[in-house]
Design a protein around this ligand. Structure first.
Ligand code: SAM
Length: 174
């Protein structure tokens, strides 16, 4: 499978531990879901996308893993997805603006489905010099009121665009 540098980097950053349950929001063509599933022989990746065309593409790309019960692809917006409460150890997204753009209702879902001690990785392409600051400010505005705080910021000199990712976790007492 040909995968972009940014998604290959993101999969390495998430680096799921054996048995972890991963939720990917806005999976697009399902490339990151496939990369994560390949690293996770005994875990599960649930990928959600609101675009029917992307759901079809992600389903086709991950067909073998879906049949093996290691990947599921769900259609519709995250806020409408039926997901188990506290059912995921990791929530990841890449280039999904909803996480740093108001109203931020996706964070209510994250709060509901993330298991205690879980982590959230929000990746993005760095399109301009101020992208990372803008995204981090948007993430803070959306995530902090829901009890999440920035845990780490990662950057990569990927081509054709640099990439970055903010890792968030529940704030102490959050
Ligand atoms: C820019 S694309 C990125 C796709 C993929 N993550 C990647 O990096 O190649 C954003 C994707 O997120 C999906 N999306 C955006 N907001 C969403 C939401 N609230 N719930 C589910 N999917 C969403 C879009 O349909 C689209 O496929």
């Amino acid at each position: 499978m040909r995968a972009s540098e940014r998604l290959t980097w993101a999969a390495g950053l998430v680096d799921p531990a054996p048995g972890e349950r991963v939720l990917e929001v806005g999976c697009g063509h399902g490339v990151l879901a496939a990369l994560l599933a390949a690293r996770l022989p005994d875990g599960v990746v649930v990928a959600v996308d609101r675009s029917p065309a992307m759901v079809a593409a992600a389903t086709a790309r991950n067909r073998a893993a879906i049949e093996a019960g290691r990947v599921a692809v769900l259609g519709g917006p995250l806020v409408a997805a039926e997901l188990p409460e506290r059912g995921f150890d990791v929530v990841v997204s890449f280039d999904v603006r909803a996480f740093w753009t108001p109203p931020g209702a996706e964070w209510d879902v994250v709060d509901r489905v993330l298991a205690p001690g879980g982590r959230v990785v929000v990746g993005f392409s760095v399109m301009a010099p101020d992208t990372a600051d803008r995204v981090r400010a948007g993430l803070r505005a959306a995530a902090e009121p829901r009890g999440f705080a920035e845990h780490a910021v990662h950057r990569a000199g990927t081509e054709p665009l640099p990439a970055a990712a903010v890792e968030l976790r529940r704030a102490p007492g959050g």
